[in-house]
Design a protein around this ligand. Structure first.
Ligand SMILES: [Zn+2]
Length: 70
């Protein structure tokens, strides 16, 4: 694998870990969606499906966001 690809992957991994720990610190469940494009914004230990209110919306007025189960 070329060095530039490894660097990019490493940065993406670090960014994802930082984002997830930040979300947990902010009081989110923060479970990552299997697509990697969403993380749960509900409270830790919540009931029912996980939901990301911020990703998966086509506009700011779109309420549902991304919802999934483990
Ligand atoms: Zn969740």
């Amino acid at each position: 694998m070329p060095p530039v690809t490894e660097t990019r992957k490493d940065l993406a991994t670090r960014w994802a870990e930082a984002a997830q720990s930040g979300a947990r610190a902010a009081g989110y469940c923060a479970l990552e969606h299997h697509s990697g494009r969403a993380s749960c914004t509900r409270t830790p230990g919540h009931d029912g499906p996980h939901r990301d209110y911020y990703n998966g919306r086509t506009s700011i007025t779109d309420v549902p966001g991304t919802q999934w189960s483990e």
